[in-house]
Design a protein around this ligand. Structure first.
Ligand SMILES: NC(=O)c1ccc[n+]([C@@H]2O[C@H](COP(=O)([O-])OP(=O)(O)OC[C@H]3O[C@@H](n4cnc5c(N)ncnc54)[C@H](O)[C@@H]3O)[C@@H](O)[C@H]2O)c1
Ligand SMILES: [Zn+2]
Ligand SMILES: [Zn+2]
Length: 380
C-alpha cells in the first residue's frame, strides 16, 4: 500500500510499504478515505521529537471498515468510522474512568497510545491507504447516515474538535463566562468553536496569523493580533481589567513572540496575566519532558521560567494533557449531524495522499492560507 513515511527532519515521502493487516482477533482493518495533518505531526516533522525514521504518520483518521478480526462483535465490514487519535483498550483502570488518553494497556511502561506518534507505542499512522485498528469494538466511532456528505466535518472528531472541547473543559468554562484562547491553529479554532457552543459570553483568540484570526472572527470570537504585552493589555481592556474567567493554551512548547522566535514560557505566563484571580487554565498545547532541539537552556530539560508567584497569588488552577477523545466524540458527532457544529469550516486544502509532502511543507511554514490540510488516500 502507499503511505506517508517519516524519513527524518523535514523529510517525508509517500512510499510503497507492506499492507496494514489484521494482527489480533480484536483488530479492525480500515480503508482510509480522509486523514488530516495536525500541528502535533509538525513537532515530529521538524525533528523536535525522538520519532524513528521509517514510521508512517497520521493520527486523525476516518474510513470504511474492510475486514474485522474473529473476536470483533460490534463493528461490521462497510461501517464508516472515525477513530480517536488515542489507541485505547477500554478495560484498564484509566479507560474505565473515561481517561482513554492515558490507557495503561496499549503502551506498556507509560500511559497513552496513539497512531503514528513519537513515544506513543508501535501503532502505524493512517496517512496511508489502510490502517490497523487495535481493540476495534472499543475504538471505532460508527458515523451517522450522512457520513459521506459530512466527511470533512466528521474527520475532525479524530482529534482537533474533541481536543479543542477538552481545552475548554479543562479551563472550566461555564455558560455566560469569558474565555481567552492562545493559538488560532486548528486546535485553538476548535476551542473557540466549542466555547461558543458551550455558551461563552465572550471568546478572545490570540495569534499573529491573519488568516487564522479571520477564521476565529468567523466563529464569533474577538481577535487579538499581538502575543506580547500589547496583546495582554488589549485582553485586560476587553475584560474590564480583571482578565477572562478562564483561558486555554492551544499552542504548546514551540510558542513564539511577535517576531516568530520561540519563547517557550510566553503563552503560559500570558495566561497567568490575562485570566482572572481564581480562574482556570486548560493546557492542551503540547509540552514535552525533553527538547534537545530548543535554544532555551531550561526548555532543553522540559522546564520553563513560569510565573508561579503570580499564579499562586491569583489562586488560579491549571489542568493539562492529552485529550481523551472518546469522552466527547459521540456527543460532538451529534452536534455535527444536527448542523450545530461545522468544524470543516477551517479546512483550507484537500490533497490526494500523493501530495502529502507538499501539505506538510506549507502547513509547517504556517504559510498564509494553509489553515488545515485533509489528505484523501485513494483519490486522484
Ligand atoms: N493535548 C492534545 O490532546 C492535543 C491534540 C492535538 C494537538 N495538540 C497540540 O495543540 C497545539 C496546537 O495544535 P494545532 O494543530 O492548532 O497547531 P498549529 O501549530 O497549527 O497552531 C498553533 C498556533 O499558535 C500560534 N502561536 C504561536 N505562538 C503563539 C503565542 N505566543 N500566542 C498565541 N498564539 C501563538 C501559531 O501562530 C499557530 O497559529 C500543538 O502543540 C499540538 O501538538 C494537543
Ligand atoms: Zn492531531
Ligand atoms: Zn486502557
Amino acid at each position: 500500500m502507499k503511505a506517508l513515511v517519516y524519513n527524518g527532519p523535514r523529510d517525508v515521502a509517500v512510499l510503497d510499504v507492506p499492507d496494514a493487516k489484521i494482527e489480533k482477533p480484536t483488530d479492525v482493518l480500515v480503508r482510509i478515505t480522509s486523514t488530516n495533518i495536525c500541528g502535533s505531526d509538525l513537532h515530529m516533522y521538524e525533528g523536535r521529537t525522538d520519532m524513528e525514521s521509517g514510521r508512517i504518520l497520521g493520527h486523525e483518521n476516518l474510513g470504511e471498515v474492510v475486514e474485522v478480526g474473529k473476536a470483533v462483535e460490534r463493528i461490521k465490514v462497510g461501517d464508516r468510522i472515525c477513530l480517536p487519535f488515542n489507541v485505547a483498550c477500554g478495560f484498564c483502570e484509566n479507560c474505565e474512568r473515561g481517561l482513554t488518553g492515558y490507557c495503561l494497556t496499549v503502551n506498556p511502561g507509560t500511559a497513552g497510545g496513539a497512531y503514528g506518534f513519537a513515544g506513543m507505542g508501535p501503532y502505524e499512522g493512517g496517512q496511508a491507504e489502510y490502517l490497523r485498528v487495535p481493540f476495534g469494538d472499543f475504538n471505532c466511532l460508527v458515523l451517522p447516515p450522512d457520513a459521506e456528505d459530512k466527511e470533512n466535518d466528521y474527520v475532525m472528531l479524530a482529534d482537533i474538535f474533541p481536543t479543542g472541547y477538552h481545552a475548554v473543559e479543562l479551563a472550566g468554562l461555564q455558560p455566560g463566562e469569558t474565555i481567552v484562547i492562545y493559538g488560532a491553529g486548528p486546535v485553538g479554532l476548535m476551542a473557540a468553536h466549542s466555547a461558543m457552543i458551550r455558551g461563552a459570553s465572550k471568546v478572545i483568540v490570540v495569534d499573529t496569523h491573519k488568516d487564522r484570526l479571520a477564521l476565529a472572527d468567523k466563529l464569533g470570537a474577538i481577535t487579538v493580533d499581538n502575543v506580547e504585552q500589547e496583546g495582554v493589555e488589549r485582553i485586560l481592556e476587553l475584560t474590564h481589567g480583571m482578565g477572562a474567567d478562564c483561558g486555554c493554551e492551544c499552542t504548546g512548547y514551540q510558542c513564539c513572540n511577535q517576531k516568530g522566535h520561540e519563547v517557550p514560557n510566553l503563552t503560559m505566563n500570558n495566561l497567568v496575566k490575562t485570566v482572572k484571580a481564581t480562574g482556570g487554565i486548560g493546557v492542551i498545547g503540547v509540552f514535552i519532558p525533553e527538547d534537545p532541539g530548543a535554544k532555551d537552556e531550561l526548555a532543553k530539560k522540559g522546564q520553563m521560567a513560569f510565573d508561579f508567584g503570580h499564579f499562586w497569588f491569583k489562586g488560579q488552577k491549571i489542568r493539562t494533557g492529552q485529550a481523551n477523545v472518546k469522552a466527547y466524540n459521540r456527543r460532538l458527532c451529534k452536534l455535527i449531524e444536527a448542523d450545530r457544529a461545522k468544524p470543516s469550516m477551517i479546512i483550507s486544502h484537500e490533497l490526494p495522499l500523493e501530495q502529502a509532502a507538499e501539505g506538510y511543507k506549507n502547513f509547517d511554514a504556517r504559510k498564509q492560507g494553509w489553515t488545515k490540510v485533509v489528505l484523501k488516500p485513494g483519490q486522484p
